[in-house]
Design a protein around this ligand. Structure first.
Ligand code: ADP
Length: 460
């Protein structure tokens, strides 16, 4: 019994370390706003890169024609074909093909990775296009590449660094649109990258296509990031680079860091053992690649400090043996005897015969992690609203504000979504939160890239 108490103590300490009272979240919001200013002032001015996207106008529904998109972001790789009907008819039709990225390609060579992408795209194009297309007509492609890129135009940019488990040294510093075009040429595919965008920018483009009040987008999938529409005169570092009054800024918020973030020893260990230590600190607290592994680390400690899981189950020592969707499934288990928790512990972690009381403790661990993640993500959203004066502090009639959101954490994990929505109300007040609409944009990153390719194609 004393041993059980020790395991419960581990959970209690963890909960304390993860606390996100409103006062602390406000400090996080203020810290992020400060960093946003610093990142907009100069390159290298902040851990928030605040990257220029060269997207100075967003799709409005008049786009027309057939466009392709390619979405490389983390876990899955998608190819899309989108038919746009022009004014009033919106997206007529779209086909998506998804496939997991072969694990070995994530650390192989630039050439192998881009060749794989080009080949997949070519097969897709041949299947979907059939005889409808004259082979000498060049097709326009939107390329969603969701890693930090220093853009040189809307259709080109060099990779700053990899994240989310990718690590291919020879891509860093290269123009990724050019890498893709070279690979497509080698495979005999007549296609041009018309827009190179980040997944958040694609999501914002789709959000805006449907609703002109969309001003920001957030992605919480394998990783996490956000972008928003900023006034050009607030982007000190790019004076004179655009004609219109605004530009979408890719925050790269995954790399945000502040001493106000509630960090535990488990987060530190996860970071130390990751391929990118000291990087993407915010992302490591909120996104799908990591949440499950934080849970595994806490369960591992519980097993070390007590006998509640029997002999220390070896699988608990295997990094990523508990993936976030499994953690979500345990958390969401609403059966009286927590059957799903039992099954998952048994199947994936080889922990059997856990009494109900212990299963409840496991659910508690999932809850602590997800609650912290969702509340921090909400604080991030409020930072953007504050930066652009939509957090209810500016005088006058509150304006309707749409934030496009994508990624399974929000769209498929109801408890995460509820915590996030609830926190927005806590931070903004009920009245202001009523005017802030989070709109799920499924497949937004890819569809949006096709829309931006359409918007930036010369033949329009
Ligand atoms: P990507 O970010 O690579 O584009 P997705 O948007 O599909 O890919 O996000 C995949 C991530 O979302 C995975 O890391 C996975 O852990 C997480 N995920 C998928 N389904 C769920 C779910 N039901 N609940 C929680 N997390 C999920």
């Amino acid at each position: 019994r004393g041993r059980w108490r020790r395991a419960a103590e581990v959970v209690r300490e963890f909960e304390e370390g993860c606390a996100t009272p409103v006062a602390r979240l406000r400090q996080v919001v203020d810290a992020m706003v400060v960093e946003m200013h610093a990142g907009l002032a100069s390159d290298g001015g902040s851990k928030l890169k605040m990257l220029l996207t060269f997207v100075d106008s967003l799709p409005d529904g008049t786009e027309e024609g057939t466009y392709y998109a390619l979405d490389l972001g983390g876990t899955n790789f998608r190819v899309l074909r989108v038919q746009l009907g022009g004014k009033g008819s919106l997206i007529l039709n779209h086909q998506v093909e998804r496939q997991p990225i072969p694990h070995e390609l994530m650390t192989s060579s630039s050439e192998n990775l881009f060749d794989f992408i080009a080949l997949t795209l070519k097969r897709f194009v041949e299947k979907e296009d059939g005889s409808q297309h004259h082979s000498d007509d060049e097709r326009a492609l939107g390329f969603t590449f969701s890693f930090p890129v220093r853009q040189t135009s809307v259709a080109s940019g060099v990779l700053i660094k990899w994240t989310k488990g990718f690590s291919i040294e020879d891509t860093v510093g290269k123009d990724v649109a050019q890498c893709l075009e070279e690979a497509m040429t080698k495979r005999g595919l007549n296609m041009r990258v018309a827009a190179l965008v980040n997944d958040t920018v694609g999501t914002l483009a789709l959000g805006h296509y449907y609703d002109e009040d969309a001003v920001a987008a957030v992605v919480i999938g394998t990783g996490s990031n956000a972008c928003y529409v900023e006034r050009t005169d607030a982007i000190i570092k790019c004076q004179g680079l655009t004609n219109s009054g605004s530009m979408v800024v890719n925050m790269e918020w995954g790399n945000f860091w502040s001493s106000h973030l509630p960090r535990t020893s488990y987060d530190i260990a996860l970071d130390d053992e990751s391929p990118n230590p000291n990087d993407q600190g915010f992302e490591k607290m909120i996104s799908g690649m990591y949440l499950g592994d934080v849970a595994r680390r806490v369960l591992q400690r519980m097993a070390q400090e007590s006998d509640i899981f029997g002999d220390t189950p070896q699988n608990l020592n295997v990094p990523f043996s508990l993936r976030t969707p499994l953690m979500a499934a345990m958390h969401t288990d609403d059966s009286a005897d927590l059957r799903e928790v039992k099954t998952i512990l048994q199947e994936y972690l080889h922990i059997s015969d856990v009494p109900l009381k212990t299963r409840r403790l496991v659910v508690k661990v999932c809850d602590i992690i997800t609650r912290r993640a969702a509340r921090l993500a909400a604080a991030g959203i409020v930072s953007i609203l504050k930066k652009i004066g939509r957090d209810g502090r500016t005088k006058g009639k509150p304006r309707r504000t749409v934030v496009a959101i994508e990624g399974p954490l929000y769209s498929s994990y109801a408890i995460f979504r509820d915590y996030l929505n609830e926190t927005l109300v806590e931070l903004l007040s009920e009245e202001v939160a009523q005017n802030v609409i989070l709109k799920v944009c499924e497949d937004g990153s890819g569809l949006g890239a096709a829309l931006l390719a359409a918007a930036h194609s010369v033949d329009r």
